[in-house]
Write a protein that binds this ligand. Sequence first.
Ligand code: NAP
Length: 282
Amino acid sequence: MKIYGILGKNISYSLSPFMHNAAFKALGLDAEYKPPDAFDIPENELNDFFLRMRKGEISGCNVTIPYKEKVLELVDKCDDLVKDIGAINTVTVKEKALSGYNTDYQGFIEALKGRNAGDLNFDSKGKDVFVFGAGGAAKAVIYGLMDLGAKRIAIADIDEGKSERLASSVVDKHKGSSLITVVKDRHKYEEFISKSDLLINATPCGMKAGDGQLFDYRYIHEKLYVFDLIYVTETPLVKEAELRGAKAINGVNMLLYQAGASFTIWTGLKAPLDIMRKVVMK
Ligand code: NAP
């Protein structure tokens, strides 16, 4: 039997085991995606974990907070997209060699442009975008937006240094023409958001009851599109955006599409997205 799972820390909330196990079952594959606590490990156990993968004990894994960047040093191969983004969310092992991929990029683009229920159906070309967060997910988002021809991308993270590093790395590596701005002053959020066509939350803020607000929701205008990457069904940001007449989605479809892409990398098969969607919605 082939073993998969999700590598990260404090990840009991993960829906990936449900989606992948339903997909394995639907296609009659002899494979299991372990529960989230199976590969919930401290950083000093990462080397051992990758050794187990090399030996074939584990055939592949997803990677999440806080290891998406760290595992770049631990794989043997990765494609140019991963090198540019600097974050891995999927690892596969073939003939003892470990390859890293970033399917968040693909999942984000599909959910952003897509026209299925739960997609945003947004055309980024020539548009102004405001992104909260400069972590692993934000990197995939910003590369996606640049590849889709966004005109201006403003980034705001509580860690200003992180925003600055992300901004300079994309400017160095990407040949696109998007203008990247780091917004350091909270008082400037209103000015930027009021001119934005799309607002993205790529932080965990809103995941737990009691999380503060990223910004004053009064800045949300009717023409704004809102994409909250958090995938618990109704986030406060999505609720507030809808109340104010803006089109808003959460991260469920992105989660589904990135999972589908990971499934294909591991199995070479098209993922049964309808089945995976049903499980996630439940
Ligand atoms: P991450 O690497 O930890 O990055 C999150 C960033 O947001 C960090 O730099 C963090 O700063 C910053 N931040 C936290 N609170 C903030 C606030 N109030 N204002 C501004 N910045 C803030 O996490 P990630 O992997 O990028 O994930 C981010 C979110 O996206 C999570 O909720 C995750 O579940 C979601 N996600 C969804 C999908 C999907 O498929 N739908 C895929 C990937 C990620 P500090 O480090 O200083 O706290």
